[in-house]
Design a protein around this ligand. Structure first.
Ligand code: UT7
Length: 321
């Protein structure tokens, strides 16, 4: 009998401090009206000094374990999707293993920018299907406020901080629950459309996020649409089978574009971009946690997740809750 990765637990963490568009408009040549109209963003959460990629990831993971009713001793691996780790090493995931009290596990970070959670989900699923792990926590944790050029209105208004986590557990596929298909893509030729202009290994290290927003937008709608088609086709399912679209939350106009393509009404799309802004790899697990806990996403629902980010990287994942 084949093994499936079921989504057994959900958790998230948002920094205490909320920054409104109006607050940003006091420091930048922008306005609440522009930000809402072009992106759908109304506010974002920004870390304080005591909140880090590790602390947020650990809080989200603890909540996800509680939800699943799984003890830390049963965890085989932690994968953290992040492009903003606290340290070059140890990996965020290894720090999280320690915070959770996992003694017999392994862990590593995955850097695929805003697509990181889909990449990490797909990687964890491969470990589970191969029989190498039975319980894996997949986390997205990001502190983009620390890589933003706060004088650049073109990017500073778009991002927020936060973390989300999902517990994947190996089960036999009789119940037809769990991850059904994932697809990953990358195109390095488009690497200069969205990047951070430095890292620890570069002498000219500065480390600010740079983006050609309009170009990324154009790629996002077309690449995400073909990616979700590919994933549904692989599963032998169609748009009408999907109960919930849980997209990466970069811009409400991108989300609406993909929903239109899928012929899904916006009532069946989980939207958090208005309150969280773009939290990169954390945005999908944050949205999932919210919609599962408030009862919108229910057991048996078919959910479609998709994301595109720096690389460019993109991908999608289909799962039955
Ligand atoms: O998660 C990773 C993937 N990232 C994305 O998916 C982001 C994709 N891109 C986008 O979401 C949109 O392209 C943006 C929200 C970044 C920009 O929206 P846009 O409708 O593409 O605007 P634009 O870049 O074409 O700029 C339009 C105007 C420009 O002024 P001019 O040249 O027309 O006079 C910008 O200088 O808006 C100006 N502008 C702003 N004005 C007020 C740019 N940023 C701002 C701002 N406030 N914050």
């Amino acid at each position: 009998m084949a093994t499936r990765s079921t989504l057994a637990g959900f958790g998230s963490y948002l920094p205490r401090r909320i920054v409104s568009n109006d607050e940003l408009a006091r420091r930048l040549d922008t306005s609440d009206q522009w930000i809402r109209a072009r992106t759908g963003i109304g506010q974002r959460h920004i870390v304080s000094e005591d909140e880090t990629a590790v602390s947020m990831a650990s809080s989200a993971a603890k909540r996800a374990l509680e939800f699943a009713g799984i003890a830390p001793e049963c965890v085989d691996a932690v994968l953290v999707a992040t492009s903003t780790p606290d340290q070059v090493f140890p990996a965020t995931a290894v720090r999280v293993l320690n915070e959770l009290g996992v003694k017999n596990g392994f862990g590593f970070d995955i850097a695929a920018a805003c697509s990181g959670f889909i990449y990490a989900l797909s990687t964890a699923d491969a470990f589970i299907r191969a029989g190498q792990a039975k319980c894996v926590i997949v986390i997205g944790s990001e502190v983009y406020s620390r890589i933003l050029d706060w004088s650049d209105r073109g990017t500073a208004v778009l991002f927020g901080d936060g973390a989300g986590a999902v517990v994947l557990r190996a089960e036999n596929d009789e119940a037809d629950r769990g991850l059904i298909a994932t697809h990953l893509h990358a195109d390095g030729a488009t690497g200069d459309l969205l990047y951070v202009d430095g890292a620890i290994g570069r002498p000219e290290h500065t480390g600010f996020l740079r983006m050609s927003g309009r170009d990324v937008f154009r790629h996002a709608v077309s690449k995400l649409s073909s990616s979700v088609d590919e994933t549904l086709e692989a599963a032998g399912l169609t748009y009408s089978d999907v109960n919930w679209l849980v997209p990466h939350q970069a811009n409400i106009r991108i989300i609406e574009g993909v929903a239109r393509k899928l012929a899904l009404p916006m009532e069946r799309v989980v939207v958090t971009v208005d309150r969280h802004a773009n939290t990169s790899a954390a945005s999908i697990p944050l949205a999932l946690d919210e919609a599962v806990r408030d009862g919108r996403i229910r057991p048996g629902d078919l959910i479609l997740m998709e994301a595109l980010g720096g690389g460019l990287t993109w991908g999608s994942a289909l799962a039955r809750i």
